[in-house]
Structures are given as structure tokens and as C-alpha cells.
Design a protein around this ligand. Sequence first.
Ligand SMILES: [Zn+2]
Length: 438
Amino acid sequence: MDTSTGKADHKVLDRLFTRIDGLRDEVVGLTKALVRIPTVNPPGEFYADCARLIGERLRSKGFAVEYPRATDERADSDKYPRINVVARVEGQGVGPCVHFNSHIDVVEAGRGWSVDPWAGELKEGRIYGRGTCDMKGGLATSMIAVEAILMDGIEFPGAFEISATADEESGGWAGVGWLAKRGYFAKSRVDHVIIPEPLNQDCVCLGHRGVWWAEVESLGRVAHGSMPSLGVNAIRGMGAFLHKVEQKLYPQLNKRQTAMPVIPEGARHSTLNFNSIHGGQIEPDNDYDRAPSPVVADSCRLILDRRYLIEEDLQAVKDEIVGLLEEVRRELPEFQYRIRDLLEFAPNMTDAHDPVVRALDGAVQEVFGKPARHVVSPGTYDQKHVQRIGHLSSCVAYGPGILELAHQPDEYVVIDDMIRSAKVMAAASLALKRLISF
Ligand SMILES: [Zn+2]
């Protein structure tokens, strides 16, 4: 880098960073306002209110705003409309469009909170509430980053876009998936996408592992519970399958390490979780007077969640499970099963030399004084739709939240982290527009 550019860069950045420091109350106020709208998914509540809050704010800053609704998606209804917001501001002349995408939906609050999950309470430099970390804090941060550039009067080529979208927590089909199908991430419109998911403020997240959800059902034959030999118990069949998984599959999965830099460390290999299991009759909650009658269970259903690696093949991943079920069938001739695919997304990982990665690397170095850590998310997020449907490869996640806090009680985001991340986002944007170099 030539020194004269370096000096100019620092002048621009110093002024911009001072501006962002001055927007601290704005980022706090915006995050709190967003958290107070309980956009819980499912069922997808208050999307319209949340989209309008974001859209009206951005319109007042000079963005052109639209509210595309995924009316043709199954999840959309008049009661729970799948409303997205896409805001765009044009710069001067031809240049790349940098797009920040956040999801507006949050998971239910659940139990174990010591604060009101919907109040956006401020405590010791943190904002608490459902969605602060995942990812309304990140959304607010990206809005402030772009607003700061506009307020500073920095002339930039190309455009900025900010989208806030529905349903990421349930697959993103009515959000980024829907927008991607309709050309919102086409090359004619967008060049680089940054998704402020909570992957830690000094990390650049290149992608995510793949996922396959399936329901496995073991089938049996009903008989009186006092004469189980006259029936076939589906729960015992499932037990035999689970035993094989424990004995044979888990040791293999644990050994199957990936070159993907997945965080946390414990997810840097193939994993398998059982989301739920149910066998026999439904038992009413804690009501033992109405406990199931003595009947041999003829069905046991298990929902499994297999996270797979870029080194693995999805068909092989499925065959591995079927292989164990077939083993059980050979050993227990009356064992029968069904298996049903529920959801699958391929793993993806953006090239570490992609311009968006290098811009964020430079910006993290600038703000934190140390190199960015490249990571991969254990779970999927909307990057899959941008890349697989939108065919836009220059996409990563970068945001201020702490990964481990997502979906937890007492979720929070650290205000200083948001300020630092806003600086990273703003500096990376200027680098992508070739206004500065690191
Ligand atoms: Zn998220």
C-alpha cells in the first residue's frame, strides 16, 4: 500500500469511526425498539410492525424502501404475513452494491429468564432480550454502519442495500429464499452480501455445515401389554437402532474431523442429535391417572438432526443411517421401519480470498489490531439461499453477537461490540467500494 493512500485512508476512517462512536445511543435505541417487537417464529408474529420500523427509519435516511411479501409461500397467511423489507440507497456512479441481510424473526423466549425477554433491558453495557444477539443487535449495527457513511457525506460508487427478512429460524423460504428466487441477489443488483449473524465480533464466518433432518419410525404390532410376545414392540425396535447408533455411528462421527474451521470446537466434526422421540400412545401431561393402557406399542418415531461436512456426501450420510436400520432388520426379523426426509441443506464455505472476506479481514485488523479469525457456523443460516438460489458467492456472516448466547435465556448483546462491529462493517464497505485500502 502506498503511504499517501494510507494517510488518506486514516483520515476518512478516523472521522467515520468518531461518527460511529457518536451513534452509540442510536444503536442502543434501535436495538431496544426492535427487541420490543416480539417477532416470534413460529408462528411468525409482528413481522409487519418490525419491517415497518426498519423501513421507515431507512426511508427517512434516504433509502428507497419496498416490502415484498411472500404471499405464495406456505407459511404466509393474512394472520401471519411473511413481510420482508428491502431498502436501497444509490451512490454516485457505477460500482459494487454491498448488501447487509438480517433476519427479523426470533425463536420463542422459553424458560429460565431473569429479565423480561421483550423489554430490551440495559444492564452493565449490555442489552438483554430475545433476539438481541440473534440477530437484531447485528441488524441495528449494520444499519448504523451504513447510516454513518451517509451522514459523513462520503461519496461512494454503486449502492448499499439493507434487507430484513422473515423466517430464517424456520428455513428462510419466505425470506431470503423467496427474495433469491425473485432475483434480489442477482449480479445485476448485488455484488457482496454480509449477514450480521452472531458469529463473534472478530471472526469472519465463511459458511456453515450441511444439515439433514429425518423422521425414523419403527413399526410394530399391537397386542395386550400382559402378553407382549403376541405383538411386536416398536419401542424395542427403536431401542435396538439407537444401540447401534451409540455403538457404531457415534464413534465414527466423532472421528470425522473437518477442514472447515467450525466453531465451537465441539462441532468441528460430523454430529447427530435426536430432536425428539415418541413411542406408543400419547400420555397426557403429568396425568398418571390417564396413563397409556397396557398395549404393545406399534409405532415409535424419532426425529434426527444430522449435521454434515463439506467432505461428506449427503447420500452417504443417509445410507449410513439406513444401513444401521437394515442391520437391525436382519437381526430382528419382525422389525420394520420407515424413514422420511424433513429438511436438507448442503454445506457451503466461501473462498477465503473472496473480496468480501478480504475486506472484512482488513477491517477487523484495523479495528481490533489483530487478524480476523475465519470460522464456519455449526448451524445453517440464510447464506445457503444467497449462494445456492441467488448464485452469489461473495457472501459471508459477520456480526457482533456471541455465538453461544443465541437461543439461550438471558440472551444479550454487548454495546461496545456493536460499536466495534459497526466500524468493521463500515470500513469493509469502503474497502469493497475501493475508497480505502488496508
Ligand atoms: Zn440467526
